[in-house]
Write a protein that binds this ligand. Sequence first.
Ligand code: AVJ
Length: 351
Amino acid sequence: MMAGAAMPRFRLVELTAGDPVAEFVKDVTSGLTAEPKHLSCRYFYDSEGSRLFAAICELPEYYLTRAETEILERHARDIASLFQGDVTVIELGSGNAVKTRLLLEALLSPHPTLSPQGRGLGEGGRRVRYVPIDICRPVMEESAADLLQRFPLLEIVAVAAEYHEGLRHLRSECDRPRLILWLGSSIGNFTRAEATTFLRRIQGTMTPLDRMLVGVDLRKDRAALEAAYDDAAGVTAAFNLNLLTRINHELNGNFDLSAFQHRAIYNQDLGRIEMYLVSTRVQSVTIGRIGLTVRFAAGETIHTENSYKYTPAEIHAVAAAAGLQDQCFWQDAAGRYNLHLLTTRTDSVKT
Ligand code: AVJ
């Protein structure tokens, strides 16, 4: 029988959690009536926000994506060679999965240590299943179509879900060793305590054969960090302001976008970039769908995002608290960004 002939190469699993509009209403209401005001960065990613984020990744100031790609280009084969046979690659927050392509390519390319019986499967003598987990279904479907075309033997199970529901699916993907990807400095949106809790939940699903690859942006000088989040072309400003556009469109708001400014500051004590929208004058904003009027003082802020930066020691500490240990880590040539390969600690394996 031909490998893969009996199974469809693409499946989509949708795990929706409640009513997304109701969630948005609830979060906007609580965030804009709070003191100080805040909005959640998870609402950045409507189709316009996803487009702007992709543009951010190309900016000269936003080094994170390039640094991570550089590391993956250099080390994808080393990572692939850690796995002997069939493997499932699970990606949390896959986005457009460009970087993942490098890893899939390495996993599917000829592998010197595999026996000749392997031929007839992937070129590399193994089957690879890719399981992207992302809230943005259209982007995921588009990148899946591209990957299926590039890699004729790849199987894809796309999971349209938030991280938390996605984690439940993680437990059911357990027939082979797994490589779990959490790339792009996504960990940065979590506080260090939240990151620990989240990693601990993943660790709870891991066997000693599984590996987790986490991309982490490093603490560095203020100027480089603030420029990465406040670029000269104003793309990050547009990305931040798009939150207000979304409220205007989806919740019938009347935010005057010309009366808010983007601000990104590095809070060195907490080791995080903080993004704000700053009201340039006294103003009132009405959000029709909620029946809410929000007053702003001149200079008043809405806190929209935190992006945590780490030292290698801080990464180690968070991983250790989650029951994970560094098998190894790689850094880009300029020393701005780390990719950590984590394993479940043998002393914390659950039986
Ligand atoms: C997608 C969370 C990794 O924090 O660097 C980029 C989001 N915000 N520019 C980051 C973001 C402003 C990004 N993450």
